[in-house]
Design a protein around this ligand. Sequence first.
Ligand SMILES: Nc1nc2c(ncn2[C@@H]2O[C@H](COP(=O)(O)OP(=O)(O)OP(=O)(O)O)[C@@H](O)[C@H]2O)c(=O)[nH]1
Ligand SMILES: [Mg+2]
Length: 446
Amino acid sequence: MENDQRQQIGVASERAILVGIELPDSPFDSRQSLRELLALAESAGTDVVSSIFQRRYRIDPKYFIGRGKVEELAAKVEAEEAQVVIFDDDLSPAQLREVEDVCKCKVIDRSELILDIFANRARTHEARLQVELAQLEYTAPRLRGMWKHLERIAGAGGGTGAGVVGGVGTRGPGERQIEIDRRIVKRRITQLKREIAAIGRRKVRQVSAREDQFNVSLVGYTNAGKSTLMNCLTDAGVHVEDRLFATLDTKTRRWSLGGGNEALLSDTVGFVQRLPHHLVASFRATLEEAIHADLLLHVVDGSSPAAMEQYKAVCRVLEDLGCEGHRTLVLLNKIDLISERADLQVLQHQLPDALPVSARTGVGVTELVERVLDMVAGPTQRLTLRIRMSDGRAIAFLEHRAEVLERHYTNSSVDMDVKIGSVHLSRLLANHPETQVMTETSSGSA
Ligand SMILES: Nc1nc2c(ncn2[C@@H]2O[C@H](COP(=O)(O)OP(=O)(O)OP(=O)(O)O)[C@@H](O)[C@H]2O)c(=O)[nH]1
Ligand SMILES: [Mg+2]
């Protein structure tokens, strides 16, 4: 029916006004958050024409911001011919409706904006299902509240499905349809959950099939440089872009660490301050790599003035995912952009174990590889091992995981003079108990 018109109501290329508010107990910097909303809105393709910021002691239950501010906002909407107002905070359905009544234009909140970006960016089947579920779960409970105004907005249509609910501010077709749509939405949510659960099970099988490998996951704030680093370390050739949420699905590649050692490196979806909860829940399957990783490389954009806030936001999402106990190496990326030494020192003081790197110039990458190699293989030692000739698997293991310097053959065994990491040595001795350690130096093989 009105599908065609609804497609036109996306925020892309609409004139937008942003609204931020600062509360006394706010856990984050509200002005910084509003700047990020601007980046998010631009990522969604809107044309931001103005913004409003208000400091308040508490939110207004009816309009979220004060009555006077709403009127100021309405005047601005008219003067700027804005088509959408975007709040930096999540509003209740009733508040959205009240503000829409006064401003006479579409009003959306931060979560809806993020969901809209994801809906437009999702390319893989898996990502599309996950975004659609998150959209429906956020949108469906708001249907009743959204109804009244939608009847007034000419051309507003209804329906379900990613990119269908997707047109932001299009939350359903009209009062008469509400019950029918609720049922459709419910059924679709059940179906999506089933499909996503199946993907999740497949993903768990895939990830556990890699258990004998060392699995490393890149995590971090969106735009921190995860994909750039992935490309720098492997030949993944993943998509890199200077905008938020360039990556929405996971790619895994072999990462050669030298000396026959390797790890599997996964690039994952970026996080953002106050990522909608439904989105995190839906993206669990995509984040399976991070959940099961042996090591997380937490990439922080060291050149961002909000580096620490972003670091903390990522830590919170990781906690949400149950990853807080994972071994983590923090990387201070983009150090090529930090011109003030003092700025870098402040960050290094706050994150003393972090390793400064630049995914663009390659600075710090050698040290990164060394640190990871230490974890994969343990400290290297040189020794001679006697392996039975019949134990082809042990010989193959050494050829892959150690640097073999010399071999001396006897009738039934081979003495191999090797440089090997302690982790690999323990694994070898555990799996091949007949292996003998002859000497800890290379000089004599018995
Ligand atoms: N100067 C500089 N720019 C970098 C560096 N690393 C990444 N960038 C740039 O930062 C932008 C974002 O990089 P991506 O690798 O796409 O970031 P990401 O973390 O994968 O972002 P999402 O996939 O959106 O979460 C791109 O324009 C990169 O070229 C760096 O070390 N130095
Ligand atoms: Mg990326």
